[in-house]
Design a protein around this ligand. Structure first.
Ligand SMILES: Cc1ncc(COP(=O)(O)O)c(C=O)c1O
Length: 360
């Protein structure tokens, strides 16, 4: 624990990785950074142009989003998530910000999150002063609470929730009159299986279910901080009412960029093809170096193990100039795994694969 004056927050995970980063940077061929998973490919031109076209933006942007961005989010969600026609939508500054603030905004008291997960679910619960409860995959085993996270495709494992588990999570939300929030930021990155939105289940409309989406990965927009919440119209209106007081409005030019990004699927297909190649190369390299890849059927990472403690694997990889995330960042169940992101240039991925295969 960091001993922070106000919140009992864990040490920021990436700070713990600094020594391994130094070690990887010392490699004569340079570092291949597969740790954080930050996009490295350019922002598609149509999106850059849309942003620039809206740069004269003196006034406050509406919290609910301008009508054209509301339409873009709704149309995209109906088409791609198979959400119902009356679905509610709300733009958000990134989605990390929504993840960490949502339990506070909705005054949650007990927050469930997967026992192997993106660390911000835990952080958001702690900051809201709520009880933070890691839970197993099977919603039938979940205790009573007023808020639960699901995340499919999962960061870090790349696993998908089964239809059965999604339905059980929705049934749990109904039975507990709880919020069920589905973090779907990797939905468009399915490789061996096709991810499905919680909003595609008609049962979701009868519960307090919303999904969070992000343009960071599908459109290389992590630097724009563009995301949105979508789902049950009364939950979305409740959030809008609170957010009107709080602020956190998405900047006007980013709203215009988001309209262009959501209207175009060509750049998403092109980016998927880039990641698919990197994924198969990295899979080959890690396997040659004695790692076994688990899950990883979707999403932006390979979840790999050599049946040894994660820091030992991470240390060995750093010795070859390759920086990955130790699996214990995501929960104790990850202690024998490392997470390798697909977000390095082709040149860097090829360098990593050459080093890994040379160790075989
Ligand atoms: C599961 C998950 N949710 C949310 C986010 C936040 O992404 P962003 O704030 O870029 O939308 C991430 C980022 O890595 C993530 O892995």
């Amino acid at each position: 624990m960091s001993g922070h004056a106000t919140f009992d927050l864990p040490e920021f995970p990436w700070d713990r990785l600094t020594p391994l980063g130094d070690k990887a940077r010392a490699h004569p061929g340079g570092i291949v950074d597969l740790s954080i998973g930050t996009p490295v490919d350019p922002v598609p031109e149509i999106i850059q142009k849309a942003l620039a076209s809206a740069s004269d933006s003196p006034g406050y942007p509406p919290t609910a989003g301008i009508p054209a961005v509301q339409k873009a989010m709704r149309d995209w969600s109906i088409k791609n998530l198979h959400a119902p026609d009356d679905v509610g939508v709300l733009p958000s500054i990134g989605s990390k910000e929504m993840v960490t603030l949502l339990p506070f905004l909705l005054r949650a008291k007990r927050v469930l999150y997967p026992d192997i997960a993106y660390p911000s679910y835990h952080v958001g619960a702690v900051m809201a002063g709520a009880e933070a409860i890691p839970v197993a995959e099977d919603p039938k085993s979940w205790p009573a609470a007023d808020f639960a996270w699901i995340n499919s495709p999962s960061n870090p494992t790349g696993a998908l929730m089964s239809d059965q588990a999604m339905l059980e999570a929705i049934a749990w939300a109904r039975a507990n009159d709880a919020y069920l929030v589905s973090d779907e930021c990797y939905l468009e990155l399915g490789w061996e299986e096709t991810p499905r939105s919680v909003l595609s289940f008609k049962e979701a409309a009868e519960a307090k279910v919303i999904a969070l989406h992000s343009l960071s990965k599908r459109s290389n927009l992590a630097g724009y901080r563009a995301g949105f919440a979508v789902g049950n119209p009364s939950v979305i209106s409740e959030l809008l009412e609170i957010r009107k007081h709080v602020g956190m409005m998405m900047p006007g030019p980013v709203q215009v960029a988001m309209i262009a990004a959501l209207a175009d699927s060509d750049h998403v297909s092109a980016q998927r093809a880039i990641y698919l190649r990197r994924r198969s190369e990295l899979h080959r390299g890690l396997t040659a170096a004695g790692f076994t890849i688990h899950n990883s059927v979707a999403g932006l990472y390979l979840w790999a193990t050599r049946d040894e403690e994660c820091w030992k694997s991470a240390e060995w990889l750093a010795g070859h100039g390759i920086l990955v995330a130790p699996g214990d960042f995501y929960g104790v169940r990850g202690k024998n795994f490392v997470r390798a992101a697909l977000t390095a240039t082709d040149e860097r991925i090829d360098a990593a694969v050459a080093r890994l295969t040379a160790t075989a």
